[in-house]
Each structure stands twice: as C-alpha cells, then as structure tokens.
Write a protein that binds this ligand. Structure first.
Ligand SMILES: Nc1ncnc2c1ncn2[C@@H]1O[C@H](COP(=O)(O)OP(=O)(O)OP(=O)(O)O)[C@@H](O)[C@H]1O
Length: 214
C-alpha cells in the first residue's frame, strides 16, 4: 500500500514538473516577407485601392480581339502598381498580346504529316518492323505514333497481307484519331480507314486500317 502511494506521488511530481519550451523566433528564409502582418497589410492595401465609385464607366469585359483580358485581370482593374502582373505571367501570356490557346497550322495536311517526328523515321521504322517480330516504339506525345505508324505500314505494302489494327484506350481517342487518319490517307471514314467502338462499326469491305477500343 505504501509502495503504491509513493509511486502515485512520484507520478504527480512528474506531471507537475515544469517543462521549458524555447521558441525559435527566427523567420525561416522561405517565409520571409510572408508573415501574417505583411499579408494582412497587403490585403488591406489591395482592398483600399479598389475604386468604390459606382459611377465608374463600364468597361467592356469582351473587348476587340487583341485586347482580351482574363477575368481575374478584370477583377483587378484599378489596383495599385503593387499588383502589377508578375514577370512569369507576362512571359506565359505574352506581353499584352491577345490570348490564343492551341495552334492553327498554315501547313497543308500532308506538310503537317511530314513534319512529324515519326514520319522522318519512316524508313527506319519500316525496316525495324521488317526485321523484328515485336517492336516497341516509344515517342513523345504528338510525335505521330498512333496516326503515322499505321499509315507508314500501309504505304509499305503491309495491307496486301492483311489489315492493320490499332487499339486505343479511350473512345474519344479512337473516334478522333480515325477521322484525322482518314483525312491524311485521303479517304472517307469507313472506306480504307475505319473504326470499331463498342457496338458501332464504321468499316466497309475495303478497310485496311482499323482503329478500335482495347
Ligand atoms: N483529331 C486530330 N485533329 C487534328 N490533328 C490531329 C488529330 N489527331 C492527331 N493530330 C495531329 O497529329 C499529330 C500526331 O498525333 P498522334 O496521336 O499520332 O501522336 P502520338 O504520338 O500517338 O501521341 P500520343 O502519345 O498522345 O497518343 C498531333 O501532334 C496532331 O498535330
């Protein structure tokens, strides 16, 4: 009983013992200028700089081409120079130029085809297919693996021995690429180039290249 009481007292003493915690007040380098006060001050400055004048003339959110702005830029109209567009954004969106996503090529469809990386290696590719039973082709996205390998093989005469099949992992890819290949191959969809997706089969008797879902 006595032993038990002693243990309890010891435990109480341990619990009551003061532990000193030393705070490290140094601001880490990656948080410099980002303290709560600085952020709050920045927010206040930003809010103060927003014009409160409701009679301000309306600004067209969809101006002429070449003067387009992102919505978040419009939200910042009238902000002080402290909120000027940062350099990285200027580089990414162009210096005051209009925004345009995607590219519209001026090249003809055949020129576009010939500009693809795979097309430039056509001879080597056909030779490698000829020399090997299995061939793994690795190339960056958009280099022409899906659209060109099938056509190169067809052009090399492989369709005399049978049809060329190309499996696709997704429905959208299978429907989109086949249209492009048919266009490049110079036929209507379902003639020499076609596809089969689930219950849809777009391939006639003359089919030589067929895309289908895995
Ligand atoms: N539906 C399409 N409409 C217009 N151009 C297309 C279309 N599909 C492909 N292309 C063009 O053909 C090029 C080659 O595309 P392809 O799909 O053959 O490349 P990939 O190497 O198979 O790419 P991924 O690895 O992403 O499948 C693209 O860079 C694009 O310019």
């Amino acid at each position: 009983m006595e032993l038990y009481q002693e243990e309890e007292e010891e435990e109480e003493e341990e619990e009551g013992a003061e532990v000193e915690i030393e705070m490290n007040e140094d601001e880490p380098a990656f948080l410099q200028g980002q303290s709560r006060e600085v952020c709050e001050q920045q927010q206040r400055t930003m809010l103060d700089s927003i014009p409160k004048d409701l009679n301000r003339p309306w600004e067209d959110p969809m101006p002429e081409l070449g003067e387009r702005h992102l919505a978040h830029e419009l939200r910042g109209i009238g902000l002080s120079s402290a909120y000027d567009t940062p350099e990285w954004k200027k580089d990414a969106y162009g210096h005051g130029q209009s925004l345009s996503f995607g590219q519209r090529s001026k090249l003809s469809i055949q020129e576009q085809r010939q500009s693809l990386l795979i097309y430039k290696l056509k001879k080597e590719l056909i030779q490698a297919v000829h020399d090997n039973q299995v061939l793994v082709v690795i190339g960056e996205t958009g280099s022409g693996k899906t659209s060109q390998v099938t056509q190169c093989l067809a052009e090399a005469g492989y369709t005399t021995k049978g049809k060329i099949g190309c499996t696709q992992p997704r429905r959208l890819a299978a429907t989109s690429i086949v249209k492009r290949v048919a266009e490049e191959f110079g036929c209507r969809l379902g003639e020499e180039v076609g596809n089969a997706i689930l219950f849809e089969d777009c391939s006639g008797p003359d089919i030589v290249i067929k895309y289908r879902l895995i």
